[in-house]
Design a protein around this ligand. Sequence first.
Ligand SMILES: Cc1ncc(COP(=O)(O)O)c(C=O)c1O
Length: 391
Amino acid sequence: MNSFNEEVNRYGTHSVKWDHSEDIYEKAGLLPMWVADMDFRAPEEVISVLKERVEHGVFGYSMPTDKTKNVIKEWLERRHNWAINTDWIVFTPGVVPAIAAAINTYTKNGDKVLIQSPVYYPFRDMIEKNNRVVVDNPLVLESDTYKMNFQDLENKLRDPAVKMFLLCNPHNPVGRVWKEEELKVLANLCVEHNVLIISDDIHFDLIFKGYRHTLISTLSSDIASNTITCIAPSKTFNLAGMQLSTIIIPDEKKRVDYQEYMGKMGLFAPNPFGILAVEAAYTHGEQWLEELLIYLEENLNYLTSFIKERLPEIRVIKPEGTYLIWLDFRSLQMDHLELETFIQNNAKLALDEGYIFGDGGKGFERINIACPRSTLQEGLERLEKAIHELK
Ligand SMILES: Cc1ncc(COP(=O)(O)O)c(C=O)c1O
């Protein structure tokens, strides 16, 4: 069993979460439990392949080979029941740049792009920074589960200026793993209204027991032709800094257009470590992933019991996937800026403020539980102390 309990010191590694939190939050002494990477070492097989490559000592231009593509194809077949053609693959330095490239390839200035807030905030950012217009189809919280509002979606899809839909599956930050039935309704509506789906499935390997992830492109060939799927081993194996993502575009014309845009950006040669890490993780990482999923589930159970017994003011929105947990603090009756100050100044935690994911996130916080149990315990105890001091 991999030692996920090991506290790896990440200071001094240029880590966004550990080295840069003080600058980003403009406060010292916060325990960082925000940005979506894990505090765990990657699988040993990945580390040893990278060590060997470093020892080689020559770091010239590199490109993925057929082997890289086949390893990805096999992963998708084995774990996600999708038989792709390796020609459909395009590589990008990340999923966020891939989404930005899709916006630029398939829409024009002023076109409208749909999102479902509260959602991973770079979706809105990429749309707005590229001079397109955000249209929101907010998720609806029904008892403890977020649902899609299909009636509102259909009304918005009728607007001919809406050209694209950004799907987040599993959904960050609310933790839904969308069901096949939900995805079918959504995808058929998009096909009917000729709205292209960009499906961000970056968290697709991180699914809790009892749930199953569906790639929207597996639903039908019409849906696959109308979808750009974005995946990566970066969340699964903690390789985000390696910056190599896989974009799958079954429709030939759409793929050629996308590749042309990537060419315009001069993006053709990823770094050699990313390529090797992808190959090694998908080839040798499965056992590690199974152990990770058990550890994450145990962390989730720890958090849920802690909150139930010691912090009943907070409600956990039960996640179906990802290691990002959406916590409802609304019973504290603070506005979103008071809550932000409370979390940072009183609890001494660096979390992701709910409101950055959209207005529906006001009163919520997102906590990252992909850390050793000791870190999670420390974070929850800080929160407990701060809440008790309120009374
Ligand atoms: C839904 C989602 N998409 C994309 C990313 C980032 O992708 P990348 O680092 O490949 O740009 C994240 C990271 O948190 C994410 O949660």
